[in-house]
Design a protein around this ligand. Structure first.
Ligand SMILES: Cc1ncc(COP(=O)(O)O)c(C=O)c1O
Length: 490
């Protein structure tokens, strides 16, 4: 098999070399051709390098969870429920965990029937199971642009044809959605589902307005379309009034609190408690739920009873005033993240200024910044890592064709200290200014004309490296990078 090759900007992990892959080529299923590594996954490795300030991950700040509380809850599970915790559990999840889910959803004003819930191994598994259940190769999914970078490889793996609709400050424009649906209908195509992240969207940080939510639900009903509502961040709102979920709007419109037949809801404990428990859930119409259950049986039989029992014990705790203790913890996260968000917006103003624009999220974990169109953030990332020790998610990761979003980046403000946010943004800002300066001097300081748009690549198509497809000027290396100095480059 030969020696594994070390690759990647972070210099971690091993990837097989081309000749090693070639040996297995004939064995791989066709769908693997469309499989791409999630940019986020690659970035996870970076967060472990101590010299790197990573604004790249989708991480909440788990250091805020009191260690003694974690120890107490885990030892209670170990001491009181050993046999159950160490046993397999039901595929649909343990009743105690489902009760916690019903409580979390009620806190967001959404009533659900516990019988419509399936506990999953993270919200990510819901995306996978929904695709497994609904998508044949070539089937259409309508999603936002940009969309959750972790959904991109899943959609690719199931060989979906994804139509992405540009979001604005109010989320997905529904008139644009309707035009897309009309066009698809004229081609005899009907999406299997519409995928949306209505609250504090990952990666753009924008939130779908109430009128659009209402209209989306109406459109789904008029056209009998399923909606996958992905809502990890709804409880992490820092300003403004909470908005109803699509699930609850549709249930209300039917006059049936707690049941819709068109919305599949995705929730997770990752951002309000811990991604390490790897627990999420779906609430789905019963026939869909049945298929999700079958899909999950084939995937992992059940989600970990150990962490399900931990979550149940955690949600059972009451604060001194009798309020659920988990609500207090979420409140503390809101305060912390809200402050960090302000720090990031201030730092962007200070270090990016007029050379970029960015979204102003009212919750969640992310800001989406768009730089001068001559900068390709996919090219900028390795430079930022090597020269400046700072990481972000390049915008292309949020687009199926990997071509759009080239001058954008996703920045996480929640999992990083205030000091690191300031320093990280300062470093990126300096790197961007250097690049713009170099580009200016290379081109006689005349601004470059906007590059022509290239035709979009087929979704789920080529797995070619994206570099040659860059539709912007190649970035020169920073003159003062240690690598450049070592090589004696100017
Ligand atoms: C929009 C969205 N959906 C789903 C997930 C998956 O979350 P998990 O699998 O940790 O529950 C994430 C994680 O960042 C997300 O941002």
């Amino acid at each position: 098999m030969g020696k594994p090759t070390r690759t990647g900007p972070e210099g971690r992990g091993t990837r097989p070399a081309a000749h090693e892959l070639a040996r297995y080529e004939a064995l791989f299923a066709t769908r693997t051709k469309g499989m791409k590594s999630s940019a986020m996954r690659e970035m996870m490795a970076l967060t472990e390098r101590p010299d790197v300030i990573s604004l790249a991950g989708g991480l909440p700040d788990t250091s805020t969870f009191p260690p003694e509380r974690f120890a107490k809850l885990m030892s209670a599970v170990a001491a009181e429920s050993t046999a159950r915790a160490l046993q397999y559990g039901p595929t649909e999840g343990m009743r105690v965990t489902v009760d916690a889910i019903v409580e979390v959803m009620a806190a967001e004003g959404t009533l659900v029937d516990p019988e419509s819930v399936i506990v999953t191994t993270g919200g990510q598994q819901v995306i996978d199971l929904v695709c497994k259940t609904l998508i044949d190769p070539g089937d259409v999914i309508v999603a936002e642009a940009p969309t959750y970078p972790g959904a991109v490889p899943t959609f690719s793996a199931y060989q979906a044809d994804v139509e992405q609709i540009d979001v604005d400050e109010e989320g997905m424009p529904i008139d644009e959605l309707e035009r897309t649906l009309d066009r698809l209908a004229s081609e005899g195509r009907r999406p299997k589902f519409i995928y949306t992240i209505p609250n504090f969207q990952n990666p753009a940080g924008v939130t779908m307005s109430l009128p659009r939510r209402r209209r989306l639900v109406e459109v789904a009903r008029e056209r009998e379309l399923l909606v996958l509502e992905d809502n990890p961040y709804g409880l992490l709102r820092y300003e403004g009034e909470a908005l109803p979920t699509l699930y609850s709007l549709d249930a209300e419109s039917l006059g049936r609190a707690g049941a819709t037949d068109l919305v599949i809801y995705l929730g997770t404990f990752s951002k309000i408690l811990s991604p390490g428990v790897r627990l999420g859930w779906a609430v789905a119409p019963r026939p869909v739920l049945e298929k999700l259950n079958l899909g999950k049986q084939g995937a992992d039989l059940c989600s970990s009873p150990v962490t399900q029992m931990f979550v149940a014990a955690y949600f059972g705790e009451r604060a001194r005033d009798g309020r659920p203790a988990w609500e207090e913890y979420v409140e503390s996260l809101r305060e912390l993240y809200s402050h960090r968000k302000d720090v990031m917006l201030e730092s962007l103003q200070e270090h990016f200024g007029d050379s970029a624009r960015w979204t102003t999220p009212r919750g969640g974990l992310f800001v989406w910044a768009t730089l001068d169109e001559r900068i390709d953030t996919t090219d900028l990332l390795p430079l930022a890592l090597k020269s400046d020790g700072v990481a972000f998610v390049p915008g292309r990761a949020a687009y199926m064709d990997g071509r759009r979003g080239s001058s954008s980046m996703r920045l996480n403000f929640a999992g990083v200290s205030e000091q690191d946010i300031r320093e990280g943004i300062r470093r990126i800002g300096r790197g961007v200014r250097d690049q713009l300066g170099l580009l200016g001097s290379l081109t006689g300081s005349h601004p470059l004309p906007a590059p022509p748009q290239q035709a979009p690549q087929q979704a789920g198509g080529s797995d070619e490296p994206q570099q040659p497809l860059a539709d912007v000027v190649k970035l020169p290396r920073r003159e003062d990078s240690p690598q450049a100095r070592r090589r004696g480059e100017k």
